[in-house]
Ligand binder design. Structure first.
Ligand code: BGC
Length: 737
């Protein structure tokens, strides 16, 4: 094995021009090499749920061909597994494929929050909940990096829409950033140390993420202890000199020398410190030392084994939303089964854009169902993705009428959702709903299988189906996995990683998406996803965390403390299956607004019929904390907390109350603090009571006191007859703050 690069020696041997050049890409996918000093160039490439290595022409929009690679389910599917162990295994497989193609860094995972159901890239993102996204992202990164291949945690940060994605300013208050938009990144950084983090295109509160030193250095490195390299999203650099200073090490793709010139000019002008350049160069060289050991020609991967893993992952990703009359699983024998819908024959299994993989093979559900069932399986396309077709509907209805059961494949045409633009609505195409109506009129035994990368509303049509299997986009083995689920060869265990609202208009970002005049206001604050639907007591079609199984589970024997919960879960049905136990924390009394409940832990348990298991979910102090806006730190406010354990956010089976010691949350006093705030301060309160003299009657009057105590003390001191002067208050602030 070649010895690692001697980084300090190289940094002193490189000329300033060479150092600046090293901070720019060599082309679309490769880093710069410096032959003179033996610094190699390496390849980074998309990601995230499969490898998109372009051997010929390059682009970042999924236009040109890439080498065949296993297409695992995109994140929208994987998130519904709630299964970090599975994601780690998928990560290992992705790492092996990267090694076989001599790819140094896989550009993923994308872990941005699903703020609006309309975000065009929701299929590439995990969840509306930071805990779930953070745990799954950590597992995937650990899996990939275990193979000696790097990852790129993206898109850092607050990149929650595609509209104007390269310029929009996400205007978000700090508490919301800290509690909702940053924690998944923080979790992956502290739990897996991704070798690269990708800074996003957008601005945050007016500053480009690529130029945001608070984000890229203060928070990422100084607070979270990040040790890797920061790379720009492709074309995300605005001012290269500001980006270097902020902590953005590598610009991708190649700026054609433009970025290099800006760096050199800024160093010459004295506006950029050469030390900042050296630091970024050091990080590029450190990345090389991490990736080089795994880069060798002639490595292979087992495409069959990876396809089998993709099938297992797809089966775990689908969510059984409803199953009336236990219409599923389909019996292996019986009358004819009508399979209707083009997606059964021509699956939609991934989204469009930079993540688009050229699969090693593709399973379709129609062939797999035909092979699995010893009953007649008849097919009608029912619709064409492009236009309504009455002849296709008539054919489907005829087939439905003469069959025992109908499996109807509906979903979003690929043009509906893509990187680069957002959706306009959450509906299935109207002609598909009309097809369902017509088919259900002919035969009420309808099972709907959905293919969609982002959530669709179901409230207008789901009553016409006895079962609905939400398949998301399931990757290249989605067809066979769907057949496994429909026939009971696999038992559904997926749970929703996002809420399905009754109406699009109910969603939290309504009125604040996708923004205007270059700004999008995160007006819902903390209330993303279920936090919003809970706060407004809104009915939903299917809540966050929901998902049915062919068996049932009982929860018992909860014990809870600040360190975690323990309970017993029993499989009370007749088939083996997995259950995802969810732990939500509530903080009913607090001095700041707290969401009704927040997911703080989960565990997946597989049980044979009749089997019980003890399930433990650890909680740490952060599970109870909020970001104190004035103290600007994580704070646990002492007192009672509720622990809710359930099968979904709205199917709570057990609950407990615990009491925790709190941190000191006394806010720093200023002269504008109210009389109440002074009184709440242990020493300042005593001081004020002593000094208040004749104003005491007013301040403590049973009826008017509350109004008076809400007045900033400095204003009160200006009232006629005040016993306090402004300088008294300044002195008190200096003494007691
Ligand atoms: C996307 C990234 C991707 C990069 C390279 C960008 O447009 O936002 O997710 O990794 O292109 O293709």
């Amino acid at each position: 094995m070649t010895p690692p690069l001697d980084i300090p020696a190289l940094v002193s041997a490189l000329t300033l021009e060479e150092k600046a050049a090293l901070l720019d890409g060599a082309d679309f996918w490769r880093t710069q090499g410096i032959d003179r000093l033996g610094i190699p160039s390496v390849m980074v490439t998309d990601g995230p749920h499969g490898l998109r290595k372009q051997a010929g022409a390059s682009d970042h929009a999924g236009l040109h061909d890439s080498v065949p690679a296993t297409c695992f389910p995109p994140a929208a599917g994987l998130a519904s597994t709630w299964d970090p162990a599975l994601l780690e295994r998928i990560g290992q497989a992705l790492g092996r494929e990267c090694r076989a193609e001599e790819v140094a860094v896989l550009l993923g995972p994308g872990i941005n929050m699903k703020r609006s159901p309309l975000c065009g890239r929701n299929f590439e993102y995990f969840s509306e909940d930071p805990k779930l996204a953070g745990e799954l992202g950590t597992a995937l990164v650990n899996g990939i990096q275990s193979q000696g291949v790097g990852t790129s945690l993206k898109h850092f940060a607050a990149n929650n829409q595609e509209t104007d994605r390269m310029t929009i300013s996400a205007d978000v208050d700090e508490r919301t950033l800290r509690e909702i938009y940053l924690p998944a990144f923080e979790r992956v950084v502290t739990g897996a140390q991704p070798w690269t983090v990708m800074s996003s295109y957008n601005k945050i509160n007016g500053t480009y993420a690529s130029e945001d030193r608070w984000l890229l250095t203060d928070v990422l490195r100084d607070e979270w202890g990040y040790e890797g390299l920061v790379v720009s999203d492709w074309g995300a650099v605005n001012r290269r000199d500001l980006a270097v200073h902020a902590g953005l090490d590598l610009e991708m793709p190649s700026s054609g020398g433009g970025g290099t010139r800006v760096i050199l000019d800024a160093v010459a002008a004295g506006t950029l410190d050469e030390k900042d350049v050296d630091l970024a160069v050091t990080r590029v060289l450190e990345l090389l030392n991490r990736v080089l050991p795994a880069l060798a020609p002639g490595q292979t991967f087992d495409a069959d084994a990876h396809h089998a893993l993709a099938r297992e992952a797809a089966a775990a990703s689908a969510v059984l939303l409803k199953n009336d009359d236990a219409i599923l699983p389909l019996a292996t024998t019986g009358g004819p089964v009508a399979v209707i819908g083009e997606f059964a024959r021509t699956p939609r299994f991934q989204g469009a854009g930079s993540s688009q993989v050229n699969p090693t093979r593709v399973d379709d559900a129609l062939s797999s169902l035909t092979a699995a069932l010893q009953r007649d399986v008849v097919f009608a396309p029912g619709f064409s993705p492009d236009a309504a077709d009455p002849a296709l509907v008539a054919g489907a209805v005829a087939l439905a009428a003469s069959s025992e059961v109908v499996v109807l494949f509906l979903g979003l045409p690929s043009s509906y959702e893509s990187e680069g633009y957002d959706r306009d609505h959450m509906n299935l195409p109207a002609d598909q709903i009309a097809l369902l109506e017509a088919v259900a009129d002919a035969n009420p035994n309808v099972v709907v299988v959905l293919s969609n990368g982002s959530a669709v509303t179901v409230s207008g049509w789901e009553h016409r189906a006895k079962a609905v299997l939400e398949g998301w986009l399931l990757g290249q083995a989605g067809g066979s996995a769907t057949a496994d689920l429909l026939t009971g060869a696999a038992n559904p265990a997926g749970k929703l990683a996002e809420t399905i609202p009754v109406r699009f208009e109910d969603n939290p970002a309504i009125g604040n998406f996708p923004g205007e005049s270059g700004h999008v206001r995160y007006g819902e604050g903390l209330l993303i996803g279920y936090r919003w639907y809970d706060a407004h007591a809104l009915p939903v079609s299917y809540p966050f965390g929901h998902g049915l199984s062919y068996t049932s589970f009982a929860y018992s024997d909860l014990s809870a403390s600040g360190e975690g919960v323990t309970l017993t879960v029993t499989n009370t049905g007749s088939v083996a299956g997995a259950e995802v136990v969810q732990v939500y924390v509530t903080d009913p009394v607090a001095s700041v607004y707290r969401p009704e409940q927040e997911l703080r832990g989960f565990a997946r348990v597989f049980l044979e019929p009749g089997e019980s298991a003890t399930v433990t979910v650890a909680l740490d102090r952060r599970a109870f904390a909020y970001w104190h806006p004035a103290l600007r730190r994580w704070t646990v406010e002492g007192g009672e907390f509720g622990i809710r354990v359930g099968a979904s956010s709205r199917d709570i089976r057990l609950s407990a109350t615990i009491t925790l010691e709190g941190d000191d949350v006394t806010p720093p006093l200023t002269s504008s603090s109210t009389a109440d705030e002074f009184l709440a301060h242990p020493q300042a309160g005593e001081w004020l009571k002593e000094r208040i003299g004749g104003f005491g009657a007013m301040l403590f009057d049973p009826q008017h006191g509350q109004m008076m105590r809400a007045i900033p003390l400095v204003r009160l001191s200006r009232f006629p007859g005040s016993p306090l002067s402004e300088s008294d208050i300044d002195e008190a602030v200096a003494r007691f703050h």
